[in-house]
Design a protein. Structure first.
Length: 254
């Protein structure tokens, strides 16, 4: 029996650039810290919704390598909020099956923050519902450079031949090794760029830009983004006819 083909690609991995906390606060006459505080609350809501939507991987751009250039007081506030998030959400992550993972250049983080992150990662290792990845002190170009250095060291040590380096080997040396590439990238605040985020991994991701600032991006807005994704056709360089044939085969049964 041949079933009707419906093009609803499964979404396993969602990536989000959480933008607009400061502007959200300024528009309300509030200090920027108020926007970051509300942004943390939004993170909790979105993580909960991703668990409900059975999304397996959620990667959030929490603090970029360029963010180190912000005023010292704001950076300290962001790090304090990160510590508060880890402390307040630890039990919730354990109960909901959320595993925490961190990518980026950890060496620039304080010892206190690194220890808290290490502890949270170890405690949530058994989480099997959602892998929550926080990109901290992260830049896509920096990640690619660090991966290239890892490969160069392997070649220099005689562990790897240059001709053995391909996409699979390169993938295995990125911070995101073992995690599938994002299916959908969402960016809030109306900005139309990816800002040095997951440059390698986003090669074939669908992009969704929304005007709402991150503190205003709740479960309803996420469901709208997911619905937009489900209406799209991902071709991965093939023709529409080829993808239709593939979908027909995958949706057929005898």
């Amino acid at each position: 029996m041949i079933h009707k083909t419906v093009n609803i690609p499964p979404l396993r991995h969602l990536a989000i650039i959480m933008d607009g906390n400061g502007r959200w606060a300024e528009a309300r006459g509030l200090p920027r810290v108020a926007g970051h505080q509300q942004g943390v609350r939004t993170v909790v809501e979105i993580v909960d919704e991703c668990v409900l939507q059975q999304i397996s991987y959620l990667t959030l751009f929490a603090f970029s390598s360029e963010n180190w250039g912000r005023p010292e007081a704001e950076v300290e506030t962001l790090m304090a909020l990160l510590l508060e998030f880890l402390a307040s959400q630890r039990q919730r992550m354990l109960q909901d099956g959320v595993r925490l993972r961190v990518i980026g250049d950890r060496e620039r983080l304080s010892v206190k923050v690194r220890n808290a992150l290490d502890s949270a990662e170890q405690e949530t290792l058994s989480g099997d519902k959602l892998m929550l990845t926080l990109a901290l002190s992260y830049g896509g170009r920096d990640e690619i450079v660090r991966a290239a250095r890892r490969l160069a060291r392997k070649v220099a040590a005689g562990e790897l031949a240059p001709e053995e380096i391909g996409a699979t080997e390169f993938n295995a040396n990125l911070d995101t090794a073992g995690v599938p590439d994002p299916d959908l990238l969402i960016r809030t605040s109306g900005e139309l760029r990816i800002s040095n985020f997951l440059l390698w991994q986003l090669a074939y991701a669908e992009l969704y830009f929304v005007d709402a600032y991150w503190p205003d991006f709740g479960p309803v807005e996420l469901r709208l983004a997911l619905e937009s994704y489900r209406q799209r056709r991902r071709r991965f360089g093939l023709t529409a006819e080829q993808t239709a044939e593939g979908e027909g085969l995958s949706n057929s049964a005898s």
